[in-house]
Design a protein around this ligand. Structure first.
Ligand code: HEC
Length: 104
């Protein structure tokens, strides 16, 4: 009955492997394409992720406040980002504090 033994053996082997696979735990790296949590990050998430990912912002070089301001204005005026003007300061402060250069 060597065939049967072979089949049983193969099956046991397969069962062990699939049990091992089932126990494997995958640890994903922390999410990178997300805004740093800080005051204003929720505003940034709700205003700046409609058309592109947070990567567009995160991968920018450290920009001065005026440069972030120009980007925010460009997003609204050229691309019609639905961002109320009275939220400008809050969002520009957030971008400068987390992805910018400190004011001199
Ligand atoms: C209505 C759609 C829309 C929204 C909302 C939007 N963007 Fe953009 N954004 C764009 C488009 C389109 C581009 C690509 C423009 C280009 O290639 O010049 C872009 C590009 C960018 C870039 C890359 C650099 C550049 O100047 O092109 C940055 C930084 C950026 N957006 C930041 C922001 C921030 C900050 C917000 C939130 C205040 C925002 N975006 C919201 C449409 C949008």
């Amino acid at each position: 009955m060597s065939y049967l033994r072979l089949i049983v053996g193969a099956f046991a082997c397969f069962a062990t492997l699939s049990a091992m696979a089932a126990e494997t735990e995958w640890k994903l790296p922390p999410e990178t394409a997300k805004f740093k949590p800080a005051p204003g990050s929720e505003l940034a998430s709700s205003s700046c992720l409609l058309c592109h990912s947070a990567d567009y912002i995160i991968i920018q070089p450290r920009l001065k406040r005026e440069a972030w301001q120009a980007i925010v204005v460009k997003m609204r005026e050229k691309f019609a980002a639905p961002l109320p003007k009275d939220k400008d300061d809050a969002i520009i402060d957030y971008l400068t504090a987390n992805y910018g250069l400190p004011a001199k």
